[in-house]
Write a protein of this length. Structure first.
Lengths: 305, 368
């Protein structure tokens, strides 16, 4: 299992402790450059960019741009990359990164064909690397490192882990948590696709042993069964930190794709009822509205005291 | 997209999967010609992109001209789960010994293709008993695996042989077309022990459309849907009277849920995508203006980086251009919200600080 904090933060004896280098693939595109600037403003150490054919340029006058990931990785020794290329070029960019020794790949693009995601995942498995996404807002340790497209305002450093399929709901719910005094130790965007590089259970494994973790919030939505599988894992593992869930899409009609490629109910597979009943079985309350999440979390914490 | 039965069968035919004779038509004149070609008895099957057709009366037997004249228009007029008939398929009647179930689908949690097969088919997948489930990986179903499935189903002789052949063809089709799900239910064992696909379901991965020009002829889109796609929006039309607009699929779904909880009826789900600009919100309002039955618009934007004044400009422009005359109930999270509220003073757009307030106002507003 990927030791996510070691990758994102490192150990105190590392020379780059709390300053891990990140490479941006697609740094010169409109979207990539906008969010690179935002990440730098947040304090993320962007060490290089990659855009084929633009090697030798400097982004914002300081960050070197390379033609390939291999060159960028060799020059910087970075183990993290974030991809902003159009969906049809995702697989190529992902292979390029994984073959260059990247250990954490954050895949922002929406509309990546599922087959390409699965191929990238096979390679990642061989290389012992993790992929977050595709179709994810990214991953962050608030006030330390942001690898993604999240606006900074909703987040505050703290001790709650937030796992979310949706981007805007991650912002919405983190905002509500922050306002209620619950900062976040880490937030992981699972993504809205049918196949996720880091599934809900993988994200759970990444966060469950954080030493000072005080609680977990799971933001799911209709489609697939990753919430059900997570609930079962929580039961089996005996994880006892206060946990609250929210599931979007209760009112969605069946057999319609609700914006996200993965958000579709087929028969009872992927339905909100199925997810809610599994969370109930795991003794995890499910909020009716995003604003209810911190209320339920506070309630859970009181009980566990 | 989900293909219609006759479209799925076109693909089955192309890949050499056994089928009964069948012909599709969109009006009764065409249908009459096909009835003659096919000869009675046959089955009339409504073509809609949803399941449960049999229960809804969308599949009818026909023994003669009188029955055909009566039943064809009846089936054509049906609406099943909100879906009107796209076509009618006439298919020869079959002498069936047994109904099996067979599908290949993209297993999200296992991240590979997976086979589901059963000797008790002909019912919806949730009710299919004794399911045999096999993970395939990313490649085609091997000879060994196909034989194993046939053996576990206790198929023998010619039936086993044809089943193995069908499974392998189905897997080739699934992989080459990058389908999310291909289902044959029922897959019938005929009186002569041969195997026939009596129905077909085919769901594509829309994200791979750019590699599959050959499937685009099956794409059916309304003008509104087409424009939505062009702008990078996701739009699902629903049957209520309050249009729901927001940025991000999760947020819009969540808004839909809360609206329904409060007694409101959503007219559509419209996700304008991650960011929001004056242009994208104006285009969203344009699309909504083309939907009938909308009495009010509920907007829920979590801006983050977006300035709410930019969104307010879109509302003002839409009223100015007489694009809409509907009340808008809006919750805009982002910077400059006080200024945005001021800008909209006196217009038919109201800004609320919480989504709950906006929803309550919308539900009350459309009742008037």
């Amino acid at each position: 299992m990927t030791k996510i904090f070691e990758l994102l933060k490192g150990n105190p004896e590392d020379s780059d402790y709390k300053n891990k280098g990140v490479i941006v693939q697609g740094i010169t595109g409109a979207y990539g450059s906008l969010h690179t600037k935002q990440m730098i403003a947040y304090g993320t150490n962007i060490v290089a960019g990659v855009t084929p054919g633009k090697g030798g340029q400097k982004f914002e006058g300081t960050i070197p741009v390379f033609n390939t990931m291999q060159e960028a990785a060799d020059a910087t020794n970075a183990k993290i990359s974030i991809i902003f290329v159009p969906a049809k070029f995702f697989l190529g960019a992902a292979k390029d990164a994984l073959n260059a020794g990247i250990k954490l790949l954050v895949a922002i693009p929406e509309h990546v064909p599922v087959r390409d995601t699965m191929e990238a995942l096979e390679l990642a498995k061989q290389k012992g690397a993790a992929i977050i996404g595709p179709n994810t807002p990214g991953i962050m340790i608030p006030e330390l490192i942001k690898i993604g497209i999240m606006p900074p305002m909703p987040f505050k450093a703290g001790k709650i882990a937030v796992l979310s399929k949706s981007g805007t709901l991650l912002y919405e719910i983190s905002d509500a948590l922050t306002n209620a005094g619950f900062g976040q130790s880490i937030t992981i965007g699972i993504g809205g696709d049918p196949v996720n590089g880091t599934r809900m259970i993988d994200a759970f494994e990444m966060v469950k042993d954080i030493p000072d973790l005080e609680g977990m919030v799971v933001v799911g939505e209709i489609g697939g069964d990753s919430e059900e599988i997570l609930a079962q894992r929580i039961i089996d593992s005996g994880f006892n930190k206060p946990t609250v869930a929210y599931i979007a899409g209760r009112a969605a009609p069946k057999e319609k794709r609700m914006g996200h490629a993965g958000a579709i109910v087929m028969g009872t597979y992927g339905s909100a009822e199925s997810k809610v009943s599994m969370f109930n079985k795991a003794n995890i309350p499910v909020a009716k509205r995003p604003a209810e999440v911190p209320v339920l979390l506070a309630g859970k914490m009181e009980k566990s005291d | 997209m989900q293909l219609l039965e006759f479209q799925a069968k076109e693909l089955f035919r192309e890949y050499g999967i056994n089928l009964l004779n069948s012909i599709s038509s969109t009006n009764i004149e065409e249908g009459r010609k096909h009835a003659k070609e096919l000869g009675y008895p046959f089955v009339i099957k409504i073509q809609v992109p949803v399941g449960g057709r049999g229960k809804a009366g969308g599949i009818q037997k026909c023994q003669n001209d009188d029955e055909f004249e009566l039943k064809y228009p009846q089936v054509m007029d049906l609406t099943i789960k909100g879906e009107k008939a796209r076509a009618i398929l006439l298919e020869k009647m079959a002498d069936i010994k047994k109904e099996l179930y067979l599908s290949l689908f993209l297993n999200r949690s296992k991240r590979c293709y997976t086979i589901i097969a059963s000797v008790e088919g002909g019912v919806e997948i949730e009710s299919v008993k004794n399911q045999i489930i096999k993970e395939v990986g990313l490649g085609e179903v091997s000879d060994v695996l196909a034989k194993e499935v046939a053996k576990e189903m206790k198929l023998e002789g010619k039936t086993a042989e044809q089943f193995i052949d069908t499974l392998k063809k189905l897997s080739k089709l699934t992989i080459e077309k990058e389908a999310e799900l291909v289902e044959i239910n029922p897959l019938a064992i005929m009186q002569d022990d041969s195997i026939m696909a009596l129905d077909g379901k085919f769901v594509t991965d829309d994200n791979s459309n750019f590699r599959h020009d050959e499937l685009q002829k099956y794409q059916e889109k309304t003008e509104v849907e087409e424009r939505a796609e062009k702008s990078g929006f996701s739009l699902v039309e629903l049957d209520g009277d309050i249009a729901v607009v927001g940025n991000g699929a999760g947020l819009v779904m969540s808004t839909l849920d809360m609206l329904s909880d409060n007694g409101g009826k959503p007219a559509c789900f419209l996700d304008v995508g991650g960011g929001a600009t004056t242009e994208s919100v104006y285009e969203a309002l344009t699309l909504i203006s083309k939907l009938d039955r909308v009495k009010g618009i509920l907007v829920n934007l979590y801006g983050g980086i977006v300035k709410t004044t930019v969104v307010a400009e879109a509302f003002l422009k839409a009223y100015e251009d007489n694009l809409i005359d509907l009340p808008v109930f809006s919750r805009l999270k982002g910077t400059e919200s006080e200024k945005a509220t001021q800008m909209l003073q006196g217009s038919r757009t109201k800004i609320f600080t919480t989504v709950e307030e906006a929803i309550n106002a919308a539900v009350m507003g459309v009742k008037k």
